[in-house]
Design a protein around this ligand. Structure first.
Ligand SMILES: [Zn+2]
Length: 343
């Protein structure tokens, strides 16, 4: 299996070689470096950079110190490496069979997964998981609006401390959820604004959640946007006007298996066509949102089903799944400051 990499980034900085015993082709993954590169891996895993180069400064010095390693042994029939930018692997439903879940994900082409942190304790567990699976997993650190009611005392300081861990690639998930209202709205807003401030201070991108709160969400985000590097509205399910507002604010968009939901996600099949490839990333949000067009629909979603989401998004955009995989992977690398390289 051949591999070719070109990079304008000094490869000596933080690069670690894969030593995975089954690795036929390794993909090394280093965060915090400007992803000015192009890669070809065996012709079947071609990564083409679609986003403009990201200045190192945008990701800040903290991120620049972070190094990860991804080993990537694509198995027969896997067309392209894909990255699940949002997966809740600390959820109790994965407690008994996580190793099997991870190996199914790898077999399905998932080269890397970003484990979502939704509370202080959950973010700590996400970092622990990422530490236990270097290269395959990384983490976000944040407090979901559902959990904002616990944003008190030393919580901000503890989150800031956690964000220093090298496994943490983004602040979040954070935002507003006026659909469930599990935390009082003023508390959600304070918690959201504080995490945007933390992202600005650390230079890390933000992983955003918004449900039934678009107007207020945009107001708060707009107050901080110029000081943030990148921001992704994860699991976007909104309207055309909302999508374009986010794109106008230079946000990235995360698309989940919601697009496979014939009851409430069909509008996304039209909307994803207008998202530039350099802003579009894919995620499962597992164990939630199992694609409903899989029959019978699994009770639990898992990252291996990202390939199904990729196929659905590619079909809606009129692209091949290989093209969608390549562009969304390149976009995720640029967003999180990851660098894929074959070795
Ligand atoms: Zn969410």
């Amino acid at each position: 299996m051949s591999a070719e990499v070109t990079s304008q980034v000094p490869r000596a900085i933080g690069l670690l070689r894969s030593d995975h015993p089954q690795s036929r082709t390794s993909v090394q993954c280093v965060s915090g470096l400007a992803p000015r590169y192009s890669s070809k891996i065996d012709g079947s895993c071609a990564l083409t950079r679609v986003a403009p180069p990201v200045p190192i400064a945008r990701h800040g010095h903290l991120a620049a110190l972070k190094a990860l390693r991804v080993s990537w042994p694509p198995e027969t029939g896997v067309p392209s490496a894909i990255i699940d930018i949002g997966v809740n692997l600390t959820h109790r439903s994965f407690a008994s069979d996580l190793p099997a879940v991870l190996s199914r994900a790898r077999a399905a082409g998932v080269a890397h997964m970003v484990v979502t942190g939704t509370s202080l304790s959950g973010s700590t567990r996400a970092v622990e998981l990422a530490t236990a699976h270097p290269g395959l997993l990384s983490a976000t650190a944040g407090v979901h609006p559902h959990d904002a009611k616990h944003w008190e005392g030393d919580a901000p300081a503890r989150l800031a401390k956690l964000a220093e861990r090298p496994q943490v690639l983004a602040i979040g998930e954070c935002g507003l959820d006026f659909d469930r209202d599990f935390s009082p709205r003023p508390v959600q807003e304070r918690c959201f604004a504080a995490q945007l401030e933390l992202a600005a201070m650390t230079g890390l991108p933000v992983f955003l959640h918004e449900r039934s709160a678009h107007a207020r969400f945009v107001e708060i985000l707009a107050e901080h946007r110029s000081r943030l590097c990148d921001a992704v509205v994860h699991c976007f399910t909104g309207t055309k006007a909302e999508l374009h507002r986010y794109l106008d604010m230079d946000c990235h968009i995360g698309i989940t298996g919601w697009i496979c939901d014939e009851r409430r996600g069909l509008h996304l099949r039209e909307l994803v066509r207008s998202i530039p490839a350099s802003r579009l990333m894919i995620e499962t949000d597992a164990p939630f949102l199992a694609p409903r067009d899989i029959k019978p629909t699994p009770k639990r979603n898992e990252p291996a089903l990202l390939a199904h989401v990729a196929a659905a998004v590619a079909k809606a955009r009129g692209e091949t799944v290989e093209a969608l995989a390549a562009s969304s992977t390149a976009t995720a690398c640029a967003f999180f400051g990851l660098k894929l390289a074959a070795g």
